[in-house]
Design a protein around this ligand. Structure first.
Ligand SMILES: Cc1cc2nc3c(=O)[nH]c(=O)nc-3n(C[C@H](O)[C@H](O)[C@H](O)COP(=O)(O)O)c2cc1C
Length: 168
């Protein structure tokens, strides 16, 4: 077996550019919980499945794992502050934010480029994370410039590649 150096692994994985999302749910005593997440990914179109993974050590990890539903908000360029706000280790993440009720009382944020309300289908062991596979029950999409995360930095798309950039 090869030993993989943790900091090399973290750096190399950081080369994989992702979007940024804020995932919300209802926690203990129905309190709204949320965190910034870039492990979100598509899994299946039919049935409509997505996943994200929650670190076992996080303050709200147990509450996310116990929740039967979650909402994924894909952030657009200009929502950098929200990304930082929901990555903080604090109970005050929702202060000053207007939410609206979603399926099963999900606390939904109003600003996003895409929003998915999901029911948890499976909880899978993912090492120091738990993978939450969810079925998309509701979705909304408002096309906007994406917010990108790569090599530890928040980025905006600088240019498209019109001649070769369209993959259908
Ligand atoms: C860009 C970015 C992506 C992140 N992605 C994840 C993720 O996929 N899963 C996760 O558990 N934490 C992720 N985090 C860390 C959480 O957002 C952070 O630990 C948060 O404070 C956890 O909330 P809690 O302290 O209320 O549990 C990410 C943080 C940043 C800045």
């Amino acid at each position: 077996m090869t030993d993989v150096d943790a900091s090399c692994l973290r750096q190399a994985l950081g080369a994989f550019a992702t979007g940024i999302t804020v995932v919300t749910a209802r926690g203990t005593n129905n309190r709204p919980i949320g965190m910034t997440v870039n492990s979100f990914t598509t899994v299946s179109l039919d049935p409509p499945l997505v996943l994200w993974s929650v670190g076992r050590d996080g303050n709200s990890a147990d509450e996310f794992v116990a929740a039967d539903h979650y909402a994924v908000h894909v952030l657009h360029a200009g929502q950098e502050d929200l990304c930082v706000q929901f990555a903080r280790n604090t109970d005050e993440k929702f202060v000053g934010l207007e939410t609206e009720p979603g399926l099963a009382g999900l606390p939904l944020l109003k600003d996003f480029t895409a929003r998915f309300q999901c029911r948890v289908e499976q909880r899978l062991d993912g090492g120091d994370h738990i993978i939450l596979l969810g079925r998309v029950l509701e979705l909304e999409h408002r096309p906007a410039e994406p917010l990108i995360f790569c090599n530890g930095q928040l980025l905006r798309a600088e240019r498209s590649l019109p001649s070769r950039g369209n993959i259908d």
